[in-house]
Each structure stands twice: as C-alpha cells, then as structure tokens.
Write a protein that binds this ligand. Structure first.
Ligand code: SF4
Length: 271
C-alpha cells in the first residue's frame, strides 16, 4: 500500500492538532482511519486502555487489523480472553509471532527472560513490531501518560522516524477515567485483574501488585526494567519536539549488534 510522504504527514498532523483532534479519542481514530485507510493497524494486549480503544474501533473501523504480539510467554488467560473478545465483538484480531516461537525459542535461548530480559523483549516484541511497521504507516496503541514515568510525555498523535504515525487515543486519560468508562459501558475485563494484577504482560515477567502510583509496578519486578521497548525503541521524528522522543532502554544500535544473524535478516513468520 502507498505510504504518505513526510511533508504530507507533517502537514496533516499539524492541521489535526490545530483542530484539537489529538485530544478526542474517537476523533483521532476517525482522523487516522480516514488519512491512512489500510495503512493503519492497532496492537493490544487486551488490558483496560486497549479494550476501551477496541470498543471505539469496532464502531469506527470494524475491520481494522488488531495485532496481539504473541510472544509465546503469555498467560493462557490472555490468549483465551483475546479469543473471547474476537468472538463477542467480531473484531479483526490477529496473533503475530516472532520468527522463533515457543519450544523453538526455548530450545535456542532457554530462560532468556531471566538472563537478559531486554534482549528477550527485543526478539519477541520489538522485532515482530518492526515487521508490522514495515507494512503499515499508522499504529494505534493504548499508552497513557499516567501509566508510568516513562510515558509521561505521550501524545495523542506522535510522528515517529520514517514518517510513521503513532496514535494514542487515551494518552491524556487518567486511570480514573479509564475505570469510569469501563464501568459505565460494561467493557469486558481481562480475568487476571480480579487476581490482583494491575498490568498484564508475559507470565514469567508479571506479578500481582498494587502500587497506586504505578500500575506497571508488577512488570519485571526487581529487575530494574520498566518497558519492553515497544514504546521506547522507535524515536519521535526530529521535527516533532525539537529532538528525539523519550529515552528508552532499547537503543537500536546497541541492540542490533546482540541479535542472532537470523533475527536481523528475516522478518518474523506466521500470524
Ligand atoms: S516480557 Fe519477559 S518473557 Fe516477555 S518477551 Fe519480555 S522478557 Fe521475554
């Protein structure tokens, strides 16, 4: 599919921001869908913010591709919940896997998440996401400013390097607004919330935890890691904020050198 050039993206984004589109979750989704059409996709792990956006998406763009990055380490409950949502809402959910998946990954790397969780996330999340971003120009995510300090500069529309658009409809919503919408609209909830989890990722790296100031505190607990790299690897375009976006643990140049040759050369397979 044809991609819009950098100048067009910059012009459209400026006009949308001028109209305040980036502050209205439904409007920003309509705008991005109209602008990019089949060049737009969403990723989600079916947590609260993702479910709210999916509720908007199923009304605004019901056939939009919605990718679940299936690392091979997710809770069974997450996979079953994804299936339940697909059935109930008839949304276009697609499992997207890394090239080396499940038993094959474990055979080659063992418990990489214990030895080097940054590399494990890079192989199982960032690389599959890189393949998606080569195919699409726009990416919808559920990132919110109040989720963690690493996300406090998130915007409703961000321009990433390479003229890619990152759409974050709930960037400015608070956790209270999220809970209120979920309650008022009877949005289905991931079953692990009931067991004390406040953020849900891969099973080996996620624990139940309650920290009112940090809903992601149960992720990579005690490992000094707060992000998987999906929201830090791709920098904002230099024209966006007068500099790069928020700094992250997965600086691209550092990582590419650590990857096995096959992971660098070939796109992930299977969806
Ligand atoms: S969250 Fe843990 S298991 Fe999942 S990809 Fe990252 S390090 Fe690996």
């Amino acid at each position: 599919m044809a991609m819009l050039d950098e100048a067009t993206i910059a012009r459209e984004v400026a006009a949308a921001r001028e109209r305040g589109v980036d502050r209205d979750p439904r409007e920003v989704l309509r705008w991005a869908h109209e602008l990019l059409g089949e060049g737009l996709m969403m990723t989600t792990s079916f947590q609260k913010s993702g479910m709210i956006i999916l509720d908007f998406v199923r009304r605004i763009a019901p056939s939009l591709p919605v990718y679940f990055l299936d690392t091979g380490f997710h809770f069974q409950e997450s996979l079953l919940f994804a299936e339940r949502v697909r059935e109930a809402w008839k949304v276009n959910i697609i499992l997207h896997r890394p090239k080396l998946y499940g038993d094959a990954f474990q055979a080659q790397h063992g418990k990489l998440y214990e030895r080097d969780p940054d590399l494990c996330c890079h192989l199982n999340k960032v690389e599959p996401q890189r393949e998606l971003l080569a195919r699409y120009q726009g990416w919808i995510t559920g990132v919110r400013r109040d989720q963690a300090a690493t996300r406090e500069t998130a915007e409703g529309i961000e321009v990433l390097e390479g003229a890619k658009l990152k759409i974050q409809p709930l960037a400015h919503w608070t956790r209270a607004q999220v809970d209120e919408y979920i309650h008022a609209n009877a949005i289905p909830a991931h079953p692990l919330y009931e067991l004390g989890y406040t953020s849900i990722g891969c099973q080996p790296c996620t624990q139940p935890c309650y920290d009112p100031s940090n809903e992601r505190a149960g992720r990579w607990m005690g490992k000094g890691k707060t992000e998987c790299g999906l929201h830090t690897f791709w920098k904002r375009s230099g024209t966006e904020t007068g500099g790069a976006g928020p700094a992250g643990p997965a600086a691209s140049a550092d990582f590419v050198g650590k990857l096995p040759a096959a992971a660098k050369a070939e796109p992930p397979a299977g969806e």
